[in-house]
Ligand binder design. Sequence first.
Ligand code: ADP
Ligand code: MG
Length: 845
Amino acid sequence: MLELQHVTKIYQTGGQSLAALEDINLAFRANEFVSVLGQSGSGKTTLLNIIGGLDQYTSGDLLINGQSTKTFKDRDWDAYRNHTIGFVFQSYNLISHQTALSNVEMALTLSGVAKSERRKRAMEALEHVGLAKQAHKRPNQMSGGQMQRIAIARALVNNPDILLADEPTGALDSETSVQIMELLKEIAKDRLVIMVTHNPDLAARYSTRIIKVLDGHIISDSDPYDPARLQAAGAKAAFKKTKMRFWTALNLSFNNLLTKKGRTFLTAFAGSIGIIGIALILSLSNGVQDYIDQVQEDTLVAYPLSLKKNDSNSLTSLFSARMEAFEDGSDHSQSENIGVNDTLKSLLTSETSDNDLEAFKVYLENHQKDFDTLTKDIHYSYDLSPQIYAADTSNGVKAVNPSDLSQELDTDNVMVKTMADNMEIWSEISSDKEMLKSQYQLLAGHLPQKADEVILMVDENHNVNDLVLYSLGLEDRDELSRLSQETKDDEQTYTYDDLLGRSFKLVIQSDIFQKENGLWVDKSSDTAYMTDLINKGKDITIVGIVKPQEGTSNNASVGGIGYTQALTKHISKAVNASQIAKEQTDDKGTNVFTGQPFSADVAAFSSQNLTDEQRQALAGMTAEELAAYVSQYNQNADASYEDNLKTIGIIDLNAPSSIDFYAASFENKENLKDLIDDYNRQMKKADKEAQIISYTDDIALVMSSVTTMINMITYVLIGFVAISLVVSSIMIAIITYISVLERTKEIGILRAIGASKKDVRRIFTAETAIEGLISGLMGILITLLLNIPINKVIENITDVAHISVLPIWAGAVLIAISIFLTVTAGIIPSRFAAKKDPVEALHAE
Ligand code: ADP
Ligand code: MG
């Protein structure tokens, strides 16, 4: 069944070649106990290794079942060793960090036997050698004889055809040697056993055939075998290939790492430092980004996405105008001249065409559903401010909105006056209940519903600006003139009841014009007329007090009055129903204030351009009355039609001055912008450039530049820290290399029982993968722990909690990176391990 034909083995050492075997011709029976005797160095081990496929012959041929092995590849030899051969060595060669059972199982593991079957057969083999009870001991807890019996069990577990034993009793006392020999003899009953020994007595007592070797030659054979008869059999020498599962490799490496916990831990810790650095940076930048997102989310309610009829005042157009000016400014640094940047000119001339919100409103209403799903509320504003007066006219007419407070301020300070003039105290609130609730928290009373109901808005500390109070006339304005530095108020407070129920009077703007002598006259400075008008006006009452809802970043509010859309509609309707509005809108070409066409060349008063009615009225006037009449006439003489609409207070509900979108979420705000961009694209396609809407999201603009900066810092820091990852990878490579050197013997053992080069590589890849996993996990764990004090410190300094939070994805990715880096670092040492010569590896200590 096994035959050596002219086998020669030549070793090359230091340029010298030495023939360890020379032209060996030998054949073995399938069932005999052969002893090989000979002096040390005569070539016995070499012969055994060649028979076992652990070493390859230089020339000649080894026939297995009549098949030549000349064309055998590494994998074929691996499979041959695993299935056909069982090796037993003088020095036992057990894997020290594995139990007896695992050692025996290993050969089965390599041949891919299932776990339960493996366990069963390994236990049977251990029972066979009488060591079932020691199955879970490690080799270093056993005697030499026990270890050798485990080695025999391992050799037998795959039920090989041939058992090769190289001086199996060489290290044992004579009593134990006899036990081992008995065992081998029994084994030889149904297979071929070839044993190398120094001991001729044992050979003579137990074996059936004795071969003597000297200097690489066979000098005697007690029972030669003629293989000619076997040649006919010609069975094909094909073996099932061995393959170690990655899981087995992992298990093997894991046990190995467990035997050196200290080193494993330190290596993992060193490897984790880079991971910790990156994880901390990601934690912080992620937390800050989340915080920014939160702030943006908070601003959704207070700062809607706003489309304005006239967008020229926005931040961006200012920015872009400035930028253009800078870019256009040519470089004069090389000359002796001073150049000019046309900032002002470019601001003045920058294209600020109005947004056509009337057309957009039509589009919006046609796509109402799309917009509604993204918004909590869409608010239309108009160029209309309700004309509100103090209800009490006993001390004269006091305009509350627009306020005439500035005229009563006894100061030359322009700043103060400008502030008083420009404060927008009255504003329209949302007509959507849910929206109102998300914006404001009700402190007293109820939210307004009807046209004559308004709310007082205070700030989050329940304060209201005194300017508002004076403006509204809730504080006596006469006090202001008496006010001096010394008599500053003590802290003053109001109860809710002081403010609830206060009411004002609404005057319809068009009502302040009265037709006299065929001319519409502004009566706003006629106290008697105005007093009468105010007394007849609608009562507007404060029905509730609100403050901004928490977390809405609504710090803009300094207090004020909120009125309903119902009021806007009421005013608009009343104005449109007025006589003056009818006259003006019925005849769009004629200025109602003069009776002349808008396009008249001579706009100012001229006796030639008068209507008959006016001519008649003039006839009976005194000089004084005439002067007043002319002055009235000239007041609006050069106005345009649009100017007149504004003066009279006529608004078109289809043409808002701004549209505010309150997005439901930050994401929706982005989608909303897409919708508007869609519209713009459609308009562009349809060649309606004039209808393209321009808008700016100032908040997003500021935030995105902050985000860009944070990202930049993050990348730079990660770049620095990545260097430590490279360093730790090199360290892992070195440690893996040391591990390879330490485990050389194990590599030899595994190869002897049939492990392939790939299997060996796998073991070290598994080891590095485990190291990488441990260091990754450790890095993430340490980061999570570090984040606790870091968050405490940041919260103490900035009052913002939970800034440093490691995102789960980052943790996962970092662990993966850690594994990838260590495995990569282990590639070269693993290859080195796989390339080791099995015979040399076995001799390593
Ligand atoms: P034995 O087992 O009979 O003591 P070996 O088969 O180990 O003898 O060795 C036979 C001869 O081959 C010896 O001279 C030994 O020095 C030489 N030899 C064995 N292995 C190697 C090797 N790997 N490289 C070089 N020479 C070797
Ligand atoms: Mg030897």
